[in-house]
Design a protein around this ligand. Structure first.
Ligand SMILES: *Cc1c(COP(=O)(O)O)cnc(C)c1O
Length: 421
């Protein structure tokens, strides 16, 4: 959710609340009827939408990897692997080690003393990763958290990262104090024998005074491990190893965002000893702080196979396809007087082809808010991002299912037709 400005995010959350039954009163029964076979049982064909059974509207995702609506969709190869994983018992710590090492091997230029482990999302990777830097592989210390007796107790972070970050609680859960700094001099003053970790939030890099590479160098200089939260920062694919090569000891990724693994999975990539320590702080082990951060065998296998698919993709071809989908929608909108489109790629987080759709407020009596309401009131709902200027929308195409760009184009045209001033 990181690329979203907090004000936008609040509007968005408020808006999603209205995606409930009131908006769609009446349709669930009809939808159910459509999915029924002659004998009255539900048809379980590929075209059946399981959410119809619950009376829930589904969403065409023209925005991004939004946790609140399910992150991303898992490729069929990984879904098939999850099904296969569900058919046998297996030793979970062995499975975590084997899949983690396989994924590490797929990341060709990962430093040789680094590996990976599947976690319960990036948030789980943060919690267990931080815990591991405090406890190492000592079972006695692990069982003591969040009581830090006998352990280091402080995490150094840039103030602007700390203040704008949604995952501080995953750090604080282990009992540490977060120490805010702004300049390198502050860092030198803040470091003490209590310092456990230097923490960095990748998408906030443009806002901090100390940039991502300099932060790793400062950590090196003081011989303290450093962590980078890169949850939503692929593409580019190279980010899966860039920060480890830069000197970061632990890097967290969300499995359920652009990597398209299971939504509840994530990846911790880093120094072998710290990855092992992170694992020991999580399920299936107890007593541990991370006992509630369980990843099932199906998700562990699903994440491994999703990484295989992701790394085998031709990312240039995919990017081209994403541009073409945006161009399709743009072409449809160019025929509408008073509407214009522009293309860009956000610098960081959701670094994918994106299109801005702007309209002349003299031609259309329509705010961004009303536009979002209109789009979400259809079946399925369409979700784009509202512009902070109040008269625009942004659309990303990387999460669309085949053909959904046509639905979006038609819905947008209809929206402009019904809102001319
Ligand atoms: C999404 C996100 C997370 C959490 O990731 P999960 O995989 O949902 O746990 C953490 N940090 C940032 C910056 C994110 O964007």
């Amino acid at each position: 959710m990181n690329p979203i400005k907090s004000s936008n995010r609040r509007n968005f959350l408020a808006g999603l609340a209205s995606l409930g039954a009131a908006t769609f009163a009446g349709w669930p029964a009809k939808a159910l009827a459509m999915g029924r076979k002659a004998d009255g049982t539900l048809a379980a064909s590929a075209s059946t939408n399981i959410y119809d059974e619950l009376g829930l509207n589904t969403i065409i995702n023209g925005w991004g990897t939004i946790t609140l609506i399910g992150g991303s969709l898992i490729p069929p190869e990984a879904v098939a692997a999850m099904d296969a994983a569900s058919k046998h018992y297996v030793n979970i710590p062995d499975l975590l080690e084997a899949t983690g090492d396989r994924i590490a091997k797929m990341l060709k230029d990962l430093p040789p003393d680094h590996t990976t482990t599947v976690t319960s999302g990036a948030a789980g990777a943060i919690m267990c990763g931080v815990a591991g830097t405090l406890t190492g592989e000592d079972r006695e210390l692990i069982s003591r958290l969040p009581d830090l007796t006998g352990m280091k107790s402080e995490v150094i972070i840039q103030r602007v990262h700390h203040e704008n970050y949604g995952y501080n609680q995953q750090i604080l859960a282990s009992g540490v104090k977060m120490i805010d700094v702004e300049y390198p001099d502050d860092v030198h003053r803040a470091v003490s024998d209590r310092t456990a970790l230097f923490y960095f939030v990748n998408y906030l890099d443009p806002r901090g005074r100390i940039k991502v590479e300099a932060w790793a160098q400062l950590a090196r200089q003081h011989n303290i491990p450093c962590f980078n939260d890169c949850a939503a920062d692929t593409p580019p694919v190279s980010h899966l190893t860039d920060y480890n090569k830069m000197g970061y000891d632990l890097v967290a990724f969300s499995g359920g965002k652009a990597l398209r693994g299971p939504q509840c999975a994530g990846l911790l990539v880093g120094r072998k000893d710290l990855v092992r320590a992170a694992r020991l702080n999580a399920a299936p082990f107890d007593p541990t702080l991370g006992r509630g951060m369980k990843v099932g065998k199906e998700e562990i296998v699903g994440m491994w196979k999703a990484m295989e698919v992701y790394l085998n993709n031709n990312h240039d071809d995919l990017t081209q396809e994403w541009w073409e989908k945006l161009e399709y929608v743009s072409k449809a909108l160019r025929k509408v007087q008073g509407v214009s489109t522009a293309f860009f790629i956000p610098e960081i987080a959701n670094h994918v082809p994106t299109m801005r759709i702007e309209w002349d407020p003299r031609t259309f009596s329509l705010t961004s808010h009303q536009a979002l309401d209109f789009l979400r009131s259809g079946k399925p709902a369409v979700l784009l991002e509202g512009g902070s200027d109040g008269v625009s929308l942004s659309m990303a195409s990387f999460l669309l299912q085949p053909g959904e760009e046509r639905i979006i184009a038609a819905r947008l045209k209809q929206m402009f037709q019904t809102h001319s001033a």
